[in-house]
Design a protein around this ligand. Structure first.
Ligand code: DX5
Ligand code: ZN
Length: 230
């Protein structure tokens, strides 16, 4: 019975005011900050790199999550850890399972959380050999590359299957959903077993005055959370 963990996606913020935006979501009750790193190759878009992340690191105490949408994740782990991120998530589609295990182990050795992300076309089975090496599983509910897309409801059975895999093995792996999250789709995701919601548009389309309400509405999607509980 708890609120969902909310990670605003910086990609959808007003980047001309990145510092103020990060401060504003922190003050509005965000739990973490989601950083979408795109290389123009793994996905058809470019975003930002370690220099911006390092510049924002001292601004707030929120944990920073790097979501690496890059073709060569192994090359980018060290630069983002150096920039001060607390977790690094790499895509299962970017490398084979041995490469994934090596990269995930390297992230953990540096004291950070290791995550894997699954594109909509990847199945839950891909997680079998790597489950013991991950702290977070991030399910994409849009094709990665851009904010502002519509949620893909056909991903919900996969979320349920992965929740079952985690629970059956008695693991404490966090389950996160990313893409097209609103209070409505966030509720569907949480009912399917998600603990954490990444949200870009649903938060940043409001002005900074509205971030608190937007974050609170998303947090109330949490499993078993009800209005009676506060
Ligand atoms: C998409 C990114 C998402 C995205 C979220 O590739 O991974 O984090 O920015 O934005 P919304 O919430 O607008 O889908
Ligand atoms: Zn993301």
């Amino acid at each position: 019975m708890k609120k969902a963990v909310i990670s605003p996606s910086l990609l959808c913020a007003d980047l001309s005011r990145a510092r103020d935006e990060v401060l504003a979501v922190a003050q509005a009750g965000a739990d973490r900050l989601h950083l979408d790193i795109m290389d123009g190759h793994f996905v058809p878009n470019l975003s930002f790199g370690p220099a911006l992340v390092a510049a924002l690191r001292p601004v707030v105490r929120l944990p920073f999550d790097a979501h690496l949408m890059v073709s060569d994740p192994a090359a980018w782990i060290a630069p983002f850890l150096k920039a001060g991120v607390d977790s690094v998530t790499i895509h299962v589609e970017a490398t084979d399972s041995n490469g994934l295990i090596t990269a995930l182990s390297r992230i953990r050795e540096q004291g950070a959380e290791a995550g894997v992300a699954l594109n909509p076309s990847s199945t839950a089975q891909v997680l079998e050999p790597i489950l013991g090496f991950v702290d977070r599983i991030l399910i994409m509910t849009v094709e990665p590359g851009f904010g502002g897309q519509g949620f893909l409801p056909e991903q919900l059975p996969k979320i349920r299957a992965i929740r079952e895999m985690i629970d059956q093995r008695g693991l404490r792996t966090k389950l996160t959903v990313d893409g097209g999250i609103t209070p409505e789709t966030g509720l569907l995701a949480c009912e399917s077993g998600v603990d954490e919601l990444v949200a870009g548009t649903a938060i940043f389309r409001h002005g900074p005055q509205g971030y608190g309400d937007a974050i609170e509405r998303l947090a109330r999607c949490g499993r078993g959370f009800s209005m009676d509980e506060d």
